[in-house]
Structure formats: C-alpha cells, structure tokens
Design a protein around this ligand. Structure first.
Ligand code: GUN
Ligand code: ZN
Length: 452
C-alpha cells in the first residue's frame, strides 16, 4: 500500500480514547482523550490530542472512519513482559509445589524436561504455553526451553508463528548429580549452543531472538560457563540464568566456587554479567552484589509466585530499586504456578506487604510501581526498551485493549470511576476475559487467528 500523504508513512491502526503507561519519570501516566496511530511496520507513529483527529487524518492520510473509538470502560496499556518463564515446565504448572528448590528440580523438573527430546511432545506443550501467555497479555516472554536444541528451535518457531516477542534459551548444563541422563558434556553444550544461535538467527524471525542460558552455577562447570561467556560476548547476545534463589543453593555455590567472593562473582568472572544479562530471583543478594549488578548494567527478574510457592525467599524490590538495578517481573512457571503476569503483579504487591509486616519502616511498593515493573521495567530488564515497554513514538505498538466490564468478567464496576481506579481494579481483579485484544508490533495476535 502506498502512503496517501507526504509523511511517507502508511497508517494501519488509529485508536482514540484513554491510554495508561509508565515512563522513566512516572510509574503511571494516564493519557485521556488521545489519538494514537500505528504504522504499517507496527510502530507508534503519533500520539496526539483527540480533538486533532481531523488534522491528523489530513497529515497522515487515514480516513476518519478508520479511527477506533474506545468505550468509557476500555483503555489501552502496554503489553505485559514476562522476564523469566520455563516454557518446558508449563505441562506441570499448578502442581508439585511441596519441595524446596534443589529437591524440586531433582524430583519434578529434570524428569519432565528430559522428555523434550520428543519433538511432538515439545510442540504440544510449547503451543499451549505461548497461547496461554499471549491470551493473558504477555506480549514479550523470556523463555527457558530445555537442553534439546531442536525442541528449543521449535519454541522459537511457535512464538514467531503466533506473534509473540520472545527471547528463547536452549538450556545449558553439564553437571547433574540428581538425574544423570539429563545433562550434556561441556563440548556438546557449547557446540549445541552455537548451533542453536546460528539456526535461530538464520530464520530471521523479526521478534524472536536467542539468549545464552546457563541453567545456574550449580548445573555448569567453570569451563562451560567460560565458553558461554565467550559465545555471548562474541555474538553480542542476551544472557539469562538464576541467582541467589534459595539458601541451600547459595551455600552449595559457595562450596563449589571457593575462589569466588560471592554468587554474583561466579557469573561476573565468567563474563556472564553484562548489560544484556537477566538473572532470576536474587532473593539473597547483598548490597555489594547489587552494586556489582548496577555497574555491569545487569538486571533482576522478580518471580514472587515462585519465591513463595517453593519457599525460596522474599525479594526486597525496594532495595533493588534503591540500588538502581533494572528489574522486571517473571512468572517462573512452574516454580511459580501461574503463567499470568497479572498474578505476578499481585504476588509482588503481597511480598512487599509481607516485608512491611515484618518491618513497618519498609516502604511498600505501590500498584503504580508494580504496573511499571510489569511493563516498562520488564522491557528495561531485557534491554528491549528501545523497542517496547510504553507508548513512545517510534517504539513498536505492543499493547492490550482492556475492557473492565467484559461480559461474564471477573469484576464489577458500580458507577463511573476514574481510569486510575479502573486500572487498579484490573491489576488486582482482572483476568484474560478483560483482555479483549492483544497487539505485538502492531499485529493483532489475540483473539487468535482461525489458523492458530
Ligand atoms: N534454578 C535452576 N533451575 C531452575 C528452575 O528450573 N527453576 C527455578 N525456579 N530455579 C532454578
Ligand atoms: Zn527459573
């Protein structure tokens, strides 16, 4: 389609109504009676006052009849960002929450993950998890797959087909005393990581990228960690892992890496702590370690459902924010039982309140701050904030059209309410019934196409 105006840009969607998003300066900014245009490349072309729709239509060459007017009980917000989710653990989410981390991995996780050698099993679960997370408003997901390269590539293919923005990690592990058959040799793990990256990049999926994924320090030899640090550096790639989730884990890391001062030092020494690194949990990081994170530009994925469900710990997000370390929310399925970032929002607020109960001086997080963690914060944590996270002109349009009065929905609105109240209600009480449409880079991905 040729642009019918002199901006040289074709407008694909125009919405008029209320928008809610975060900025680096404001955890919640409400934009009322605005008109937002999305171009053919899925980027936000303009956000202007609603009254100016006629002059905007002249300038950008769209017909006023294409403008989609939102209802008073509808608003548009940025898509949710899940900074840490194990796609391969989705099959048993909602179960198996009765053991602490290391026993949980040995008893439930490794036996299930070893089944992903079977591509047909992998395809079934990966289709379900990508659809479920999209339906719940996750426009960007940072996935752990398993050690199996081909199944991990399949996850990338499915995310691309269904239209989710994703970082996909083939898991690396050359140590496993618990389930001996679920591991690789050091050479296999490095070689297969190289193959995974090469093959995934070759597909040229516009929204799906590889992420280097050492499972955690306990699963990897120093030699493998070194190789992975080199691979990430030589290819300028994202990195993800776990850190300081559980006290027993921290103790074993200390014993296995006596030459490293701290858990953070283990990753730092292997060139795995960069400004494209996201580490899940971090419940037991010291202030000195947070300072190292800040200096490296590395970020934390806060996974409150998992932290509580497998009794790992309570992350003090306020302290992380005070150290100016980037932080977003993660579901950590299946250590966390819910695939929804709305659940992570609630558990993050609960965790902050539990810390306030323990210490009344603790400054509880506000819902606006947690809204930012779920959107802009997540995109910053994944170093994707140049592309997504809020409604800035030039960023991709990753968005949810929320209807707080969805038929048969989970909540009631008892009279006219300000939009801030509607957002708070949605965050605390809403679910996928309230998420009428989901857009990723301007493409409507929910409701699903008939072919999905
Ligand atoms: N640490 C290492 N592997 C895992 C995992 O699969 N889940 C969680 N929650 N922590 C881990
Ligand atoms: Zn995890």
């Amino acid at each position: 389609m040729e642009p019918s105006n002199d901006t040289g840009v074709c407008i694909a969607h125009v919405f008029r109504g209320t928008f809610a998003h975060s900025t680096p300066d404001a955890p919640l900014e409400i934009l009322e009676n605005k008109v937002l245009g999305v171009d053919n490349d899925g980027k936000i072309a303009f956000i202007e006052n609603g009254e100016d729709v006629d002059s905007l239509s002249d300038k950008w060459g769209f017909k006023p009849s294409v403008v989609r007017q939102l209802e008073p009980h509808e608003f548009i917000m940025p898509g949710l960002v899940d900074t840490h989710i194990h796609a391969s653990q989705y099959s048993y989410s909602g179960t198996a929450l009765d053991l602490p981390l290391l026993q949980w991995l040995a008893t439930y996780t490794f036996p299930v993950e070893s089944k992903y050698k079977d591509l047909s099993f992998a395809g079934k679960v990966y289709n379900k998890v990508v659809k479920r997370t999209l339906r719940n408003g996750t426009t960007t997901a940072c996935y752990f797959a398993t050690i199996h390269t081909d199944a991990s590539l399949l996850l990338g293919q499915i995310a691309d087909r269904l239209g989710q923005r994703a970082l996909v990690g083939k898991v690396c592990m050359d140590c496993n005393n618990a389930v001996a058959h679920y591991k690789e040799t050091t050479e296999e793990s490095s070689e297969e990581t190289r193959r995974f990256i090469q093959e995934l990049l070759k597909k040229k999926y516009p929204l799906v990228r590889p992420i280097v994924t050492p499972r955690f320090a306990l699963s990897c030899s120093s030699a493998l960690l070194h190789d992975l640090g080199d691979i990430a550096r030589n290819n300028d790639l994202h990195i993800q892992s776990h850190i300081s989730e559980n006290k027993e884990e921290c103790q074993v890391v200390k014993e296995l890496f006596p030459e490293c001062k701290t858990y953070t030092d283990v990753y730092r020494k292997h060139n795995l702590l960069t400004d494209k690194t996201v580490m899940a949990h971090g419940c037991y990081l010291s202030n000195e370690e947070l300072q190292v994170f800040r200096e490296a530009g590395a970020s934390i994925s806060h996974c409150p459902n998992s932290n509580i469900s497998i009794c790992s710990g309570l992350l003090d997000v306020r302290n992380v924010l005070n150290h100016k370390v980037k932080i977003g929310l993660g579901t950590d399925v299946a250590g966390g039982y819910s695939p929804s970032i709305l659940d992570a929002v609630r558990r993050a607020l609960d965790t902050s309140k539990a810390l306030t109960i323990q210490d009344p001086e603790h400054q509880t997080l506000s819902f606006e701050e947690v809204f930012r963690l779920a959107t802009l914060g997540g995109s910053q944590a994944l170093s994707l904030d140049a592309e997504t996270g809020n409604f800035e002109v030039g960023k991709d349009f990753d968005a949810l059209l929320v209807n707080v009065c969805a038929p048969d929905g989970p909540m009631d609105i008892c009279g006219p309410e300000p939009i801030k109240v509607l957002l708070e209600k949605f965050l605390n009480l809403g679910d996928d019934r309230n998420i009428k449409e989901v857009f990723v880079a301007g493409r409507k991905v929910v409701p699903f196409a008939d072919t999905a």
